[in-house]
Design a protein around this ligand. Structure first.
Ligand code: GDP
Ligand code: K
Ligand code: MG
Length: 300
Protein backbone atom coordinates (compact mmCIF):
# COMPACT_ATOMS: atom_id res chain seq x y z
CA UNK A 1 0.00 0.00 0.00
CA UNK A 2 1.49 3.39 -1.00
CA UNK A 3 2.10 6.21 1.48
CA UNK A 4 -0.74 8.73 1.59
CA UNK A 5 -0.10 12.50 1.11
CA UNK A 6 0.37 14.46 4.40
CA UNK A 7 -3.12 16.04 4.41
CA UNK A 8 -4.91 12.81 3.44
CA UNK A 9 -7.98 11.76 5.41
CA UNK A 10 -9.42 8.31 5.93
CA UNK A 11 -12.14 6.67 7.94
CA UNK A 12 -14.77 3.99 8.31
CA UNK A 13 -18.40 4.85 7.61
CA UNK A 14 -21.12 2.55 8.92
CA UNK A 15 -24.23 2.54 6.77
CA UNK A 16 -27.22 1.65 8.93
CA UNK A 17 -30.97 1.83 8.44
CA UNK A 18 -34.18 -0.17 8.14
CA UNK A 19 -34.31 -2.90 5.52
CA UNK A 20 -34.92 -1.65 1.98
CA UNK A 21 -34.03 2.01 2.49
CA UNK A 22 -31.27 1.63 -0.12
CA UNK A 23 -28.07 1.00 1.88
CA UNK A 24 -26.60 -1.51 -0.55
CA UNK A 25 -27.62 0.50 -3.61
CA UNK A 26 -25.85 3.50 -2.06
CA UNK A 27 -22.66 1.59 -1.43
CA UNK A 28 -22.56 0.26 -5.00
CA UNK A 29 -23.16 3.75 -6.42
CA UNK A 30 -20.42 5.23 -4.22
CA UNK A 31 -17.76 2.69 -5.21
CA UNK A 32 -18.96 2.52 -8.81
CA UNK A 33 -19.54 -1.22 -9.07
CA UNK A 34 -22.02 -3.81 -7.88
CA UNK A 35 -20.39 -5.40 -4.88
CA UNK A 36 -23.43 -5.50 -2.59
CA UNK A 37 -26.56 -7.18 -3.83
CA UNK A 38 -29.81 -5.25 -3.75
CA UNK A 39 -33.43 -6.22 -4.10
CA UNK A 40 -36.92 -5.18 -3.09
CA UNK A 41 -36.85 -8.03 -0.53
CA UNK A 42 -35.90 -7.16 3.06
CA UNK A 43 -32.85 -8.81 4.62
CA UNK A 44 -30.93 -9.09 1.37
CA UNK A 45 -27.65 -8.27 3.07
CA UNK A 46 -26.37 -10.84 5.55
CA UNK A 47 -22.71 -10.32 6.08
CA UNK A 48 -20.72 -7.20 6.76
CA UNK A 49 -19.23 -6.03 3.52
CA UNK A 50 -16.85 -3.16 3.00
CA UNK A 51 -16.93 -0.85 0.00
CA UNK A 52 -13.89 1.35 -0.53
CA UNK A 53 -13.93 4.78 -2.16
CA UNK A 54 -10.58 6.47 -2.67
CA UNK A 55 -10.36 10.05 -3.94
CA UNK A 56 -7.40 12.47 -4.13
CA UNK A 57 -8.16 13.79 -0.64
CA UNK A 58 -9.60 10.82 1.25
CA UNK A 59 -10.32 7.15 1.56
CA UNK A 60 -13.83 6.32 2.76
CA UNK A 61 -14.46 2.74 3.80
CA UNK A 62 -18.17 1.96 3.86
CA UNK A 63 -19.48 -0.87 6.00
CA UNK A 64 -22.82 -2.13 4.72
CA UNK A 65 -24.85 -3.64 7.51
CA UNK A 66 -27.96 -5.80 7.51
CA UNK A 67 -31.14 -3.84 8.16
CA UNK A 68 -31.83 -3.63 11.87
CA UNK A 69 -34.98 -5.37 13.10
CA UNK A 70 -36.16 -7.63 15.93
CA UNK A 71 -34.58 -11.11 15.65
CA UNK A 72 -36.71 -14.25 15.20
CA UNK A 73 -34.07 -16.94 14.93
CA UNK A 74 -30.35 -17.34 15.42
CA UNK A 75 -29.38 -15.84 12.07
CA UNK A 76 -31.53 -12.80 12.96
CA UNK A 77 -29.70 -12.37 16.25
CA UNK A 78 -26.33 -12.55 14.55
CA UNK A 79 -27.48 -9.88 12.09
CA UNK A 80 -28.57 -7.39 14.78
CA UNK A 81 -25.43 -8.08 16.80
CA UNK A 82 -23.30 -7.37 13.73
CA UNK A 83 -25.11 -4.08 13.21
CA UNK A 84 -24.43 -3.05 16.82
CA UNK A 85 -20.75 -3.90 16.46
CA UNK A 86 -20.67 -1.94 13.22
CA UNK A 87 -21.99 1.19 14.96
CA UNK A 88 -19.30 1.13 17.65
CA UNK A 89 -16.36 0.31 15.41
CA UNK A 90 -16.73 3.05 12.79
CA UNK A 91 -15.71 6.73 12.68
CA UNK A 92 -19.04 8.03 11.35
CA UNK A 93 -22.49 6.48 11.09
CA UNK A 94 -24.57 7.25 8.03
CA UNK A 95 -28.16 6.57 9.08
CA UNK A 96 -30.09 6.07 5.85
CA UNK A 97 -33.85 6.58 5.73
CA UNK A 98 -36.39 6.29 2.93
CA UNK A 99 -37.61 9.81 2.11
CA UNK A 100 -40.65 8.43 0.27
CA UNK A 101 -42.23 7.19 3.52
CA UNK A 102 -42.80 8.85 6.90
CA UNK A 103 -40.36 8.43 9.75
CA UNK A 104 -41.80 5.42 11.58
CA UNK A 105 -41.29 3.04 14.48
CA UNK A 106 -38.50 1.18 12.68
CA UNK A 107 -36.51 4.39 12.18
CA UNK A 108 -37.08 5.42 15.81
CA UNK A 109 -35.89 2.03 17.03
CA UNK A 110 -32.59 2.61 15.22
CA UNK A 111 -32.40 6.27 16.26
CA UNK A 112 -32.71 5.09 19.85
CA UNK A 113 -29.91 2.58 19.38
CA UNK A 114 -27.71 5.28 17.81
CA UNK A 115 -28.39 7.83 20.53
CA UNK A 116 -26.49 5.60 23.00
CA UNK A 117 -23.38 5.68 20.83
CA UNK A 118 -20.65 8.33 20.84
CA UNK A 119 -19.99 8.00 17.10
CA UNK A 120 -20.90 11.09 14.99
CA UNK A 121 -24.13 10.49 13.08
CA UNK A 122 -25.33 11.85 9.75
CA UNK A 123 -28.94 11.35 8.71
CA UNK A 124 -29.19 10.56 5.00
CA UNK A 125 -32.54 10.96 3.24
CA UNK A 126 -32.51 8.61 0.26
CA UNK A 127 -34.76 8.10 -2.79
CA UNK A 128 -35.32 11.81 -3.45
CA UNK A 129 -35.66 10.93 -7.15
CA UNK A 130 -39.07 9.40 -6.41
CA UNK A 131 -42.07 11.75 -6.48
CA UNK A 132 -44.32 11.58 -3.40
CA UNK A 133 -47.53 13.52 -2.79
CA UNK A 134 -46.94 14.42 0.89
CA UNK A 135 -43.25 15.08 0.43
CA UNK A 136 -43.19 18.19 2.64
CA UNK A 137 -44.80 16.44 5.60
CA UNK A 138 -42.48 13.42 5.20
CA UNK A 139 -39.48 15.73 5.07
CA UNK A 140 -40.68 17.44 8.25
CA UNK A 141 -40.93 14.09 10.08
CA UNK A 142 -37.22 13.46 9.44
CA UNK A 143 -36.22 17.06 10.23
CA UNK A 144 -37.83 16.60 13.65
CA UNK A 145 -35.87 13.38 14.19
CA UNK A 146 -32.59 15.05 13.17
CA UNK A 147 -33.24 18.12 15.35
CA UNK A 148 -34.10 16.01 18.38
CA UNK A 149 -30.65 14.39 18.18
CA UNK A 150 -28.78 17.33 16.61
CA UNK A 151 -27.76 15.28 13.62
CA UNK A 152 -26.58 16.78 10.34
CA UNK A 153 -28.74 15.79 7.38
CA UNK A 154 -28.09 15.25 3.70
CA UNK A 155 -30.46 14.33 0.86
CA UNK A 156 -29.61 12.13 -2.11
CA UNK A 157 -30.66 9.45 -4.52
CA UNK A 158 -28.57 6.30 -4.39
CA UNK A 159 -30.23 5.24 -7.62
CA UNK A 160 -29.45 8.28 -9.78
CA UNK A 161 -26.43 9.62 -7.90
CA UNK A 162 -27.98 13.04 -7.20
CA UNK A 163 -26.53 14.60 -4.05
CA UNK A 164 -23.78 12.03 -3.62
CA UNK A 165 -20.90 14.47 -4.06
CA UNK A 166 -22.41 16.57 -1.25
CA UNK A 167 -22.67 13.42 0.84
CA UNK A 168 -19.03 12.61 0.12
CA UNK A 169 -17.92 16.10 1.15
CA UNK A 170 -19.90 15.93 4.40
CA UNK A 171 -18.41 12.55 5.25
CA UNK A 172 -14.87 13.78 4.55
CA UNK A 173 -15.50 16.77 6.86
CA UNK A 174 -16.36 14.31 9.62
CA UNK A 175 -13.25 12.11 9.43
CA UNK A 176 -9.68 12.65 10.59
CA UNK A 177 -6.30 12.64 8.88
CA UNK A 178 -5.24 9.08 8.18
CA UNK A 179 -3.45 6.59 5.93
CA UNK A 180 -4.60 4.38 3.09
CA UNK A 181 -6.16 1.41 4.89
CA UNK A 182 -6.52 -0.37 1.55
CA UNK A 183 -4.73 -0.03 -1.79
CA UNK A 184 -6.24 2.98 -3.63
CA UNK A 185 -7.56 0.84 -6.50
CA UNK A 186 -9.40 -1.71 -4.34
CA UNK A 187 -13.19 -1.31 -4.11
CA UNK A 188 -14.09 -4.08 -1.67
CA UNK A 189 -12.49 -6.15 1.08
CA UNK A 190 -14.34 -9.31 0.04
CA UNK A 191 -12.78 -11.87 -2.27
CA UNK A 192 -14.26 -12.33 -5.72
CA UNK A 193 -15.66 -15.74 -4.71
CA UNK A 194 -17.78 -14.20 -2.01
CA UNK A 195 -19.25 -11.64 -4.43
CA UNK A 196 -19.95 -14.47 -6.91
CA UNK A 197 -21.96 -16.31 -4.24
CA UNK A 198 -23.85 -13.12 -3.47
CA UNK A 199 -24.68 -12.57 -7.14
CA UNK A 200 -26.19 -16.07 -7.25
CA UNK A 201 -28.15 -15.39 -4.07
CA UNK A 202 -29.42 -12.15 -5.57
CA UNK A 203 -31.00 -13.98 -8.51
CA UNK A 204 -32.62 -16.45 -6.14
CA UNK A 205 -34.07 -13.48 -4.23
CA UNK A 206 -35.37 -11.96 -7.42
CA UNK A 207 -36.73 -15.11 -9.06
CA UNK A 208 -38.12 -17.37 -6.33
CA UNK A 209 -40.84 -17.01 -3.75
CA UNK A 210 -40.12 -15.11 -0.56
CA UNK A 211 -39.80 -18.18 1.68
CA UNK A 212 -36.79 -19.48 -0.23
CA UNK A 213 -34.29 -16.60 -0.05
CA UNK A 214 -33.95 -16.58 3.71
CA UNK A 215 -33.02 -20.21 3.88
CA UNK A 216 -30.32 -20.42 1.24
CA UNK A 217 -26.57 -20.24 1.49
CA UNK A 218 -24.19 -20.44 -1.44
CA UNK A 219 -20.82 -22.10 -1.50
CA UNK A 220 -18.44 -21.58 -4.40
CA UNK A 221 -16.84 -25.00 -4.71
CA UNK A 222 -14.46 -24.45 -7.57
CA UNK A 223 -13.23 -21.67 -9.86
CA UNK A 224 -11.19 -22.83 -12.85
CA UNK A 225 -9.71 -20.27 -15.18
CA UNK A 226 -8.59 -21.12 -18.68
CA UNK A 227 -7.42 -18.60 -21.27
CA UNK A 228 -10.92 -18.37 -22.77
CA UNK A 229 -13.41 -19.04 -19.99
CA UNK A 230 -13.84 -19.14 -16.22
CA UNK A 231 -15.65 -22.22 -14.97
CA UNK A 232 -17.51 -21.76 -11.67
CA UNK A 233 -19.03 -24.63 -9.69
CA UNK A 234 -21.41 -23.56 -6.93
CA UNK A 235 -23.81 -25.25 -4.52
CA UNK A 236 -27.04 -23.73 -3.27
CA UNK A 237 -27.72 -25.08 0.21
CA UNK A 238 -31.38 -25.18 1.30
CA UNK A 239 -33.10 -26.47 4.41
CA UNK A 240 -35.91 -28.63 3.02
CA UNK A 241 -36.69 -30.94 0.11
CA UNK A 242 -39.66 -28.74 -0.80
CA UNK A 243 -37.33 -25.76 -1.21
CA UNK A 244 -35.02 -27.82 -3.36
CA UNK A 245 -38.00 -28.62 -5.57
CA UNK A 246 -38.94 -24.96 -5.95
CA UNK A 247 -35.37 -23.96 -6.68
CA UNK A 248 -34.95 -26.56 -9.38
CA UNK A 249 -38.38 -25.85 -10.85
CA UNK A 250 -40.35 -27.76 -13.46
CA UNK A 251 -37.92 -29.57 -15.70
CA UNK A 252 -35.09 -27.58 -14.13
CA UNK A 253 -36.50 -24.27 -15.39
CA UNK A 254 -35.93 -22.25 -12.20
CA UNK A 255 -32.35 -23.37 -11.72
CA UNK A 256 -31.70 -22.59 -15.37
CA UNK A 257 -33.14 -19.07 -15.02
CA UNK A 258 -31.15 -18.40 -11.84
CA UNK A 259 -28.01 -19.79 -13.45
CA UNK A 260 -28.16 -17.77 -16.63
CA UNK A 261 -28.98 -14.48 -14.88
CA UNK A 262 -26.26 -15.03 -12.27
CA UNK A 263 -23.78 -15.97 -14.98
CA UNK A 264 -24.36 -12.61 -16.69
CA UNK A 265 -23.75 -10.76 -13.42
CA UNK A 266 -20.58 -12.74 -12.72
CA UNK A 267 -19.35 -12.02 -16.25
CA UNK A 268 -19.67 -8.30 -15.48
CA UNK A 269 -17.81 -8.77 -12.22
CA UNK A 270 -14.82 -10.55 -13.70
CA UNK A 271 -15.05 -8.97 -17.15
CA UNK A 272 -14.76 -12.29 -18.99
CA UNK A 273 -16.70 -15.30 -20.19
CA UNK A 274 -18.16 -17.54 -17.50
CA UNK A 275 -19.51 -21.07 -17.42
CA UNK A 276 -21.61 -21.49 -14.28
CA UNK A 277 -22.70 -24.86 -12.97
CA UNK A 278 -25.18 -24.90 -10.07
CA UNK A 279 -26.06 -27.72 -7.68
CA UNK A 280 -28.76 -27.78 -5.01
CA UNK A 281 -28.20 -29.56 -1.70
CA UNK A 282 -30.52 -30.02 1.28
CA UNK A 283 -28.84 -29.11 4.56
CA UNK A 284 -31.48 -29.24 7.31
CA UNK A 285 -31.59 -26.43 9.89
CA UNK A 286 -28.45 -24.64 8.76
CA UNK A 287 -29.81 -21.36 10.09
CA UNK A 288 -29.88 -22.68 13.63
CA UNK A 289 -26.35 -23.96 13.54
CA UNK A 290 -23.54 -21.60 14.42
CA UNK A 291 -20.95 -23.96 13.01
CA UNK A 292 -22.76 -23.94 9.69
CA UNK A 293 -23.07 -20.16 9.77
CA UNK A 294 -19.35 -19.85 10.27
CA UNK A 295 -18.74 -22.36 7.48
CA UNK A 296 -20.74 -20.20 5.09
CA UNK A 297 -18.71 -17.16 6.01
CA UNK A 298 -21.01 -15.36 8.46
CA UNK A 299 -19.39 -13.70 11.43
CA UNK A 300 -20.83 -15.44 14.49
P1 GDP B 1 -31.14 -2.13 1.65
O1 GDP B 1 -31.99 -3.26 2.13
O2 GDP B 1 -31.23 -0.96 2.55
O3 GDP B 1 -29.73 -2.53 1.35
O4 GDP B 1 -31.82 -1.63 0.28
P2 GDP B 1 -31.42 -1.98 -1.23
O5 GDP B 1 -30.21 -1.24 -1.64
O6 GDP B 1 -31.43 -3.45 -1.43
O7 GDP B 1 -32.64 -1.31 -2.00
C1 GDP B 1 -33.98 -1.67 -1.72
C2 GDP B 1 -34.87 -1.21 -2.86
O8 GDP B 1 -34.90 0.22 -2.94
C3 GDP B 1 -34.38 -1.70 -4.21
O9 GDP B 1 -35.50 -2.09 -4.98
C4 GDP B 1 -33.69 -0.47 -4.80
O10 GDP B 1 -33.70 -0.45 -6.20
C5 GDP B 1 -34.52 0.67 -4.23
N1 GDP B 1 -33.75 1.93 -4.13
C6 GDP B 1 -32.56 2.08 -3.49
N2 GDP B 1 -32.13 3.36 -3.60
C7 GDP B 1 -33.06 4.03 -4.30
C8 GDP B 1 -33.19 5.41 -4.74
O11 GDP B 1 -32.35 6.28 -4.52
N3 GDP B 1 -34.34 5.70 -5.43
C9 GDP B 1 -35.30 4.79 -5.70
N4 GDP B 1 -36.37 5.20 -6.39
N5 GDP B 1 -35.20 3.50 -5.32
C10 GDP B 1 -34.10 3.12 -4.62
K1 K C 1 -33.03 -5.09 0.32
MG1 MG D 1 -28.73 -4.31 1.73
Amino acid sequence: IPQAPPDFKSGFIGIVGRPNVGKSTLMNQLVGQKIAITSPVAQTTRNRLRGILTTKEAQLIFVDTPGIHKPHHQLGEVLVQNAKIAIESVDVVLFVVDATTFCGAGDRYIADLLSHSSTPIILGLNKIDQQTANFLAIDESYTQLANAHQWQTVKFSAKTGTGLSELQQLLIQNIELGPYYYPPDLITDQPERFIMGELIREQILLLTREEIPHSVAISIDKVEETTTITRVLATIHVERDSQKGILIGRGGSMLKAVGSAAREQIQKLIAGKVYLELFVKVQPKWRQSRIRLAEFGYRV
